[in-house]
Design a protein around this ligand. Structure first.
Ligand SMILES: *[C@@H]1O[C@H](CO)[C@@H](O)[C@H](O)[C@H]1NC(C)=O
Ligand SMILES: *[C@@H]1O[C@H](CO)[C@@H](O)[C@H](O)[C@H]1NC(C)=O
Length: 408
């Protein structure tokens, strides 16, 4: 019987070891973040094990496990009518305020969910409740796009889905059906959804067959580049929960259908070394030493290799494609972009992706609002409701909604 307390002690110690991660004191609600992170790591470990024993691709298992407990049917309320439908072959969930319009037109948000191009869904509780909140508080029609995911499809299929659904919606007769004002539409997304929104926004503005353009783009801690994994924010936050640098690199490789065996080369910027011909100009374009403010640079040094792994660029043709990394688009493309909102968090590997886009857009003459949250972490906006309530979640969400109310 004495073994029971001993076993419990060992179990407790192991659990504490698994959950505990040292976190900077500038981050608020640290214990809750550790628990959230441990949950994600546990789900990842289980799906990696299932992959290993041949039950299926680890991302498919992870998505199955998370969606199994989380997918919701469209349930309307007194305030919102919620429906699932299809726009040009792409599933969408639509949130419409329930009210008498008397011929007046409404504002609208095209929303692209995040999840590393591989996870998440417009139908999960987290994105369903975020879109409900946006629709109610902005008093606008929200179109949440259910694009296809890795590993079923890879780059550029996710972009094609978001593009097709957006283009379909931006037709006069479709907008009229939903009583949407063609002058007041925003394209928005978070994380990998912010990557897709940014890429699609660049294409929509260039496409002469589309006469109705979006008024704004709003990007929430977006992923914007695969060129440099040693920006100050990647160095500072390499082990930060929910998305570490290594996890982000693996999402990128899966999205571009590249082998995970390149992950360590990407980690040390061997894919953009000076012996890779395209890389030289791109590293110059994203020269953060001159673009970032010193409060972001701190004492971090750029990592530029003379000799690296040119084979990565040969094996992954999309490596230098601006549709994958909207941050490297030409200035002529950026000049066409609408007024932009970018939200960044200090404790996020992707902070500098967002900040560099702010700089490049401003240089191209685009009107940009940059909201930076000193005590927040990547993905926090999804955690603003019980049982995963974080003040970081509610504050970032409310700031984003306020900007939409004021500018849309
Ligand atoms: C992805 O890569 C694998 C192996 O490298 C290849 O067999 C497959 O055709 C690729 N898929 C796509 C969609 O390019
Ligand atoms: C980076 O490239 C150099 C030169 O080819 C090589 O010696 C080194 O092992 C590479 N590092 C990684 C992690 O791939």
């Amino acid at each position: 019987m004495r073994t029971v307390p001993a076993l419990l002690t060992v179990l407790f110690a192991l659990t504490a070891y698994y959950v505990y991660t040292p976190l900077p004191s500038t981050l608020t609600e640290r214990w809750k973040i550790m628990l959230l992170d441990a949950t994600f790591r546990c789900a990842q470990d289980v799906s990696n094990f299932a992959h290993y024993v041949g039950l299926g691709h680890h991302l498919r298992v992870l998505n199955f496990v998370s969606n199994y407990f989380d997918k919701l049917d469209p349930v309307s309320s007194a305030h919102l009518k919620i429906t699932d439908t299809v726009f040009d072959g792409v599933e969408v969930r639509i949130f419409e305020p329930q009210k008498e319009l008397h011929g007046s037109l409404q504002r609208s948000i095209i929303f692209v969910h995040g999840g590393g191009w591989a996870l998440g869904s417009a139908k999960t509780r987290s994105y369903d409740s975020l879109c409900r909140k946006i629709s109610e508080d902005v008093d606008a029609v929200v179109i949440s796009i259910e694009y296809r995911l890795v590993p079923n499809v890879h780059f550029p299929e996710q972009i094609h889905d978001v593009y097709a659904a957006s283009k379909y919606f931006l037709q006069p007769e479709v907008l009229a059906k939903y009583s949407v004002d063609p002058q007041r539409i925003v394209l928005s997304g978070d994380s990998a959804g912010g990557n897709l929104a940014a890429a699609v926004c660049q294409q929509l503005m260039q496409d002469e067959t589309i006469t109705i353009k979006v008024k704004l783009q709003a990007l929430i801690y977006p992923v914007l580049q695969i060129i440099d994994f040693n920006t100050p924010s990647y160095q500072q936050n390499m082990d930060m929960p929910i998305v570490s640098r290594f996890v982000m690199i693996k999402f990128w490789l899966d999205y571009l259908n590249g082998s995970h065996s390149f992950a360590h080369a990407l980690l040390v910027n061997n894919h953009t070394s000076l012996d890779v011909s395209e890389a030289v100009a791109l590293r110059q374009l994203l020269n953060w030493n001159s673009l970032l403010p010193s409060s972001f640079k701190k004492n971090y040094k750029p990592l530029l290799q003379n000799i690296g792994n040119p084979s990565v660029a040969q094996e992954i043709p999309a490596l230098f494609d601006p549709r994958a990394s909207p941050l490297i688009a030409h200035k002529e493309t950026l000049q066409e972009l609408p007024k932009t909102y970018i939200l960044t968090c200090e404790h996020d590997v992707l902070r500098d992706d967002g900040m560099l886009y702010v700089k490049r857009l401003e240089e191209a003459g685009v009107d940009v609002t940059h909201d930076h949250y000193e005590d927040c972490f990547h993905g926090c906006m999804l955690f603003a409701t019980w049982p995963t309530y974080f003040s970081a979640g509610a504050r970032t969400r409310d700031g984003y909604i306020k900007w939409l109310r004021d500018n849309l």
